[in-house]
Structure formats: structure tokens, C-alpha cells
Design a protein around this ligand. Structure first.
Ligand SMILES: [Ca+2]
Ligand SMILES: [Ca+2]
Length: 147
């Protein structure tokens, strides 16, 4: 009888320990970090400025990169911030903004923003691609932003 009683106590303690470990603190921390990464330009650009920039080019074929970079505030940011923006837009981390990434440029600023039209994408690429390799490098991007 005595042995049986001890076993029951042990089982209760084990169950208690399981409860403590069922919600490890690192789990919630990891979710927060992923969320921060997704909120691409928050903390760098002002939300209202980004909204104004997006509203200014909501109609198809109305995108003007000079106006956009100025309105969203990126044009007056530091070289490091501009480089950070480049890395966000370069979604596959290839070191270049290719045409398909350029087409979805606005969606880095707001997930619900429209894709650029083919006409806008080609004009944007032509404006930035000064070495003619068909993609935008980090220096070419910085020149576009500061144009
Ligand atoms: Ca890329
Ligand atoms: Ca280029």
C-alpha cells in the first residue's frame, strides 16, 4: 500500500513540471521577431508619409519614383537607411533588385498596394539601371532615391 501511494505522488509532480514547460518563453519572442521583420519600413519611415506616397500613385501608370521617394521620406534618409530599404526590396537577397522585384516594389511599403504596371516597371528600371545589366544594384538604387 505504501509503495502505491508514493507512486501517485510522483505522478502528480511530473504532471506539474510538464505544465511549466508547455509554454516556453522563447516561443512568443520568436513570433514577435518574425512580425517585426514583416513590418518592413516601420521605425524607418513615418506611416502617414508612406500612406501619402502610396495614395499619390494608386492609379495605374501614375507612379513617379522621384515623387514617391520624396513623399515617403526615404529621399531624406541616411545612406544606411537607404541600403536597408534596398535589402528589403531585394526579396531573394541576390544583391540586385530584378524586374520582378521592381514590379512588386510598392508592396514592400504596404502589403495591399498594387503591383506596378509593365510600363511603370520598365520606366523605373530604365531610370535606375545605369550600367545596363537589366537589374538595380545598391548604388543604382541609392542614386534613384536621391534623384
Ligand atoms: Ca533580388
Ligand atoms: Ca544595373
Amino acid at each position: 500500500m505504501e509503495t502505491h501511494c508514493k507512486l501517485r505522488i510522483y505522478k502528480r509532480e511530473a504532471k506539474g513540471l510538464g505544465g511549466i514547460h508547455s509554454s516556453p518563453p522563447w516561443f512568443s519572442l520568436a513570433s514577435t521577431q518574425r512580425k517585426d521583420k514583416k513590418m518592413a519600413f516601420s521605425g524607418v519611415l513615418n506611416d502617414a508619409d508612406v500612406k501619402a506616397a502610396l495614395d499619390g500613385c494608386s492609379a495605374a501608370d501614375s507612379f513617379d519614383y522621384k515623387k514617391f521617394f520624396q513623399t515617403c521620406g526615404l529621399a531624406s534618409k541616411s545612406a544606411d537607411d537607404v541600403k536597408g530599404a534596398f535589402k528589403i526590396i531585394d526579396q531573394d537577397n541576390s544583391g540586385f533588385i530584378e524586374e520582378d522585384e521592381l514590379k512588386l516594389f510598392l508592396q514592400n511599403f504596404s502589403a495591399g498596394a498594387r503591383a506596378l504596371t509593365d510600363k511603370e516597371t520598365k520606366a523605373f528600371l530604365a531610370a535606375g539601371d545605369s550600367d545596363g545589366d537589366g537589374k538595380i544594384g545598391v548604388d543604382e538604387f541609392a542614386a534613384l532615391v536621391k534623384a
